[in-house]
Design a protein. Sequence first.
Length: 197
Amino acid sequence: MAKGPRYRVPYRRRREHKTDYKARRILATSNSPRFVVRPSSRNIIIQITSSEIKGDRVITQTSSAELMKRYGWFGGRKNTPCAYLLGLIAGHKALNLNVESAILDVGIKRPTAGSRLFAAVKGAQDAGLKVPCDEDIMPSNDRIEGMTIAEYAGSMDEDPSEYERVFSYYLKRGLRPEKLTDHFKEIKKRIEEEFAS
């Protein structure tokens, strides 16, 4: 560890790799709400937050648990189709609360083109929320709709035990992974119908 009279100990949350204070200062002083996407070990959580003197205020939020309980999602809790649908829900909720635009907050993780993070942004944009983001880094429609997962599941006919091991979560909830694209479209339609009324 560095020592010496001029060494300054980083803030605790920086040492714990939780906060990039340089990026946070820019976002907090922008006077725009933030579109925060945070994958955890089991879920994806999306929040629309605003920075205030007392701290961050959560305007609205959604998570994989809500997608499953309220809309009947049987797919993975933190894959790309799930992230898109959560972004769609968060975008509609924000618009209902008169939030028309937000700035993407990626946290301390390095953003990767085509990742779940940008699938969530695409969902929010499709809902009508303005989140500035380059179209080149969005995942393809095949990935968003789960077609790549369905194709991979279809290619595992030779080894049924491996198929059951990899897709045990889907099968336990009664969804064949080959039908993921149809299930995704059904849930998306359900979300759009709810917020259209």
